[in-house]
Design a protein around this ligand. Structure first.
Ligand code: 5GP
Length: 118
């Protein structure tokens, strides 16, 4: 699937839609999900134009991929969810129910997540 530069997260990256930023640098942006499913629900996105996990892992340079996941781990630490445990989710494509076609991971924590609830 070709990248659609009018998707919501592309607009957030361009500053056209506001967000509650948790962390930002040259390569990534982390912000609170607009409809949190857990007490802590943060989305982490690369600034590059990647549609989904498949596109990101196939086409992003290795250092961009490693940087993304290393920093996501640090963001989880900074959010304070490591001790109690947290979940990382990424929805890839239609069958997974991906809504926004810009690669992102969900960091979810702050409560026990029952199996099959999300
Ligand atoms: P997915 O594509 O993985 O299914 O989920 C997209 C996520 O983006 C959802 O959890 C949804 O609540 C969140 N979301 C959708 N639109 C916005 C928005 O405009 N701002 C923020 N912060 N989150 C959004």
């Amino acid at each position: 699937m070709a990248y659609d530069s009018e998707n919501i997260f592309a607009k957030i990256l361009r500053g056209e839609i506001p967000n509650q930023t948790v962390y930002e640098d040259d390569g990534i942006l982390a912000f609170h999900d607009i409809a949190p499913k857990t007490p802590v629900h943060v989305l982490v996105i690369p600034k590059g134009a990647y549609v989904d996990m498949d596109d990101f892992t196939a086409n992003a340079p290795a250092e961009v991929i490693s940087d993304f996941f290393r920093k996501s781990g640090q963001i989880a630490r900074d959010l304070g969810v490591v001790e109690g445990g947290y979940r990382i989710v990424t929805n890839n494509g239609e069958n997974a129910g991906q809504i926004v076609p810009h690669f992102h991971i969900h960091i979810m924590g702050g409560q026990r997540i029952e199996e099959g609830s999300m």
